[in-house]
Design a protein around this ligand. Sequence first.
Ligand SMILES: [Ca+2]
Ligand SMILES: [Ca+2]
Length: 457
Amino acid sequence: MIIFSSLLIGLTIGQILPIIEYEMDNIDGTSLPNTGSGAETYDLDLSVQISNNYASVNTFGEQGTCQEMCFSGTAPTDSCIMIPYDTDVADVTNLSFELMLKQTSYSNHLEWIMSQDDGGYDRSILMKDSRFGAGDKLSLGVGGTYTSTVDLLELNEYTHLVAVWEGGAGGTASVYLNGELAQSMIIIQRESSSRYGYFCLEQNAAHSNHQWNGCMHQVRVYDEAVDATQVANLYDTATKKQDSCDTPPPPKRDCSAFNIDGFLVDCSEEFELNEEEFDAVQKDIGVIEGRLDDVDNKIKSLENADKDLGVKADEIDTRLGGRLNGIDGDIVQLRDEDKTLDTKLNDADKRLSDRIGDNEVAHNELKDRVSRIESTLNAFSSAQSVFGRNDLNEVDDGTSPSGLSSMSDLLIVGLIVCNIGTILTCISCLFWSKRNGVKGHIYDGVVNYDEEQKLQK
Ligand SMILES: [Ca+2]
Ligand SMILES: [Ca+2]
């Protein structure tokens, strides 16, 4: 904070840094550090002044957050607040003082501050002196009296005061109030020189009854002549500091997250945007909002399309459900028909098998009967060979009895007649046996079953 403050000032006035800088906000108890570029020897110990009520540290501003050091105007010269910086011209050719101060009352005597005076109007700020024109005037120590045109300050109002000495005798001294030149004057007589190697913050260094009645919250000493532009800048900076003592700090705002609605309103300051950058951000946000609108519209389109798809899906589902129900019915019917077909096939198969079995039995019986007929025929043939050999070898002379020959013929005819039914049956069985061999296939059997029935009839 301290470093930042010094750097800020340095940048503002173009690398001019104060040798001595006292920010009364930095007073810690009785210690007041120098935050200027000068040595630690300028750090102040205020214990004597505070313990004797020559000085006090108070808060000020509407927020009560800023500190000031005030003087009772009672300190003797040897107990002044001594700052060990020799302001003789020989030691510092050009010199500037910058203060934020307020007069709290006026005493009946002279009031000098920032003074190393040991006589001869040495470099000092004369807050009230009656020797510089008609009535009391605010003047500078320039080696002698002159006609001051600067009136005393109003009471209890902080004023930004800058006093500048440029060159020695014959040079120029100037006083600025609240950033504006109040008066410039020729540095009149002698080079400022005193026997003191310090100056007193709040009174004349050598002359009693020159104490000041007022408060300060900022003091700076430069070893250069601050020009008018720099004074204006210093005043601007000091005013902001002063305002901060009266203005409540802005509420803490969360600017870490990008918030389109709140960003420009709440956080432009935090992001340190100037007007041009602010406009650029506004445009960017306009573009982003436009794109968000596009996205919104696309989302709506997609939602509508999704609804249409849902309706169509429901329709398809319904139609598909109907079709599937129909197919289910068909499958049930097919299964029933399949069962019926199975039953019929099994039935046909069984009947065919039975028929084949019957035919095999008949076939075997026929074979037996054929076998028996063959036996009979063989027996007959043997008998013929016994009775008919001569008939075969001899010529029938008419004498041989023809009765045997006639008997044998008759016997053959009789056997044939007796067995003709059997033979017909046998032929039929053979026919069916052959067909049934082919009808071993179930499918043929089914087809031929009806034909067989017809043939049976
Ligand atoms: Ca002197
Ligand atoms: Ca001196």
